[in-house]
Design a binder for this molecule. Structure first.
Ligand SMILES: [Zn+2]
Length: 320
């Protein structure tokens, strides 16, 4: 009860936006810290149940007009995963909760998300020392499950900050060593995307190829930011209002020119991955988001309460 009163008073004119990704039914031993469906449902029932969940587009408008209810929160998902269909989606519907899904469209009819390709390849790599031709990663061991878990983390760190062309080259080398065909891996479909939209869930852009925008040239920025909006609008037959910056850390992953590109592309708002909550002075193009990671109910609720005190980092914006 005390925590509910505290939440009520701390949340005035503040918008908490929760961020999720893949929500698998079972824990994958290769990535044991990923949120599973039972933990996601536990969070919905014990932490998010303390909030008034609103559609994100509506919440951003209400925040700007000073008409946000207390304990306002939104639920968001990034990337696009086939398992949403049988996991996250029914869990949300059962509780009548709205969510917005930010989609990386390159996987629709193309190859899976880059980090999904890493995981699939590491699972199938032979148990011998390996050289992927990445200078900082010589003589990699895949002998034990712990080695493979560490390798997934290392590869994600190393490949994340490569250009798209260099990342693709490294992925192809990794998949050749593992004997994996990326076309055969599960990924999100256009049918699932249309299904989400037809049910009234929010759909937003999360680029075509999930690059670090700071590493893109001007042409790539337009393609990744405006191009994804056009693709999504033609698939769902509706207006796409929101964008999520890939990796999402202000300054490290995107800069003011990317915020400008998002405005110019016609979006009404954008979300980052910086912790904190939006207040009426927060730019609608830099709404922070947060994922409570604690396993215990009281701890996840404490993390969410503490997040209400985080000030959002804002990159100064160039237009207007
Ligand atoms: Zn992402």
């Amino acid at each position: 009860m005390i925590s509910q009163l505290l939440l009520q008073s701390l949340s005035k004119d503040k918008l908490s936006v929760f961020l999720f990704h893949k929500v698998p039914l079972h824990c994958d031993p290769l990535v044991p810290h990923d949120l599973t469906l039972d933990r996601f449902e536990y969070l919905l029932d014990h932490t998010l149940s303390r909030f008034n969940v609103l559609p994100l587009e509506e919440a951003v408008k209400r925040l700007q007009r000073g008409r946000l209810p207390r304990r306002a929160a939104c639920i968001t998902f990034d990337d696009g995963y086939a398992d949403w269909m049988t996991g996250a989606l029914p869990a949300l519907q059962k509780r009548n909760l709205h969510a917005t899904f930010f989609i990386t469209t390159g996987q629709l009819g193309g190859l899976p998300l880059w980090h999904e390709r890493i995981q699939a390849a590491v699972r199938s790599l032979p148990s011998t020392l390996l050289d992927l031709g990445i200078p900082s990663m010589a003589n990699l061991s895949t002998a034990t499950l712990t080695d493979r878990q560490a390798l997934v983390v290392r590869l994600e760190q190393e490949l994340k900050y490569l250009t798209l062309a260099a990342r693709e080259q490294a992925l192809l080398r990794l998949e050749a060593a593992a004997g994996v065909q990326p076309e055969a891996l599960p990924r999100m479909s256009e049918a699932l995307l249309r299904h989400l939209h037809s049910l009234g869930f929010g759909v937003g852009g999360h680029t075509i190829n999930h690059p670090i925008l700071n590493l893109c040239d001007e042409k790539e920025i337009v393609k990744e930011v405006a191009g994804v909006r056009e693709q999504l609008q033609s698939i769902v037959g509706g207006v796409i209002a929101g964008f999520a910056y890939p990796n999402g850390r202000p300054n490290a992953d995107f800069s003011s020119r990317h915020v400008d590109a998002v405005r110019r592309a016609g979006y009404a708002y954008a979300v980052t991955t910086h912790w904190g909550v939006a207040n009426p002075t927060t730019s609608p193009f830099q709404i922070p988001r947060f994922t409570p990671w604690a396993k215990r109910d009281w701890h996840a609720t404490f993390q969410t309460g503490r997040n209400l005190l985080e000030r959002p980092v804002q990159i100064p914006e160039g237009l207007d």
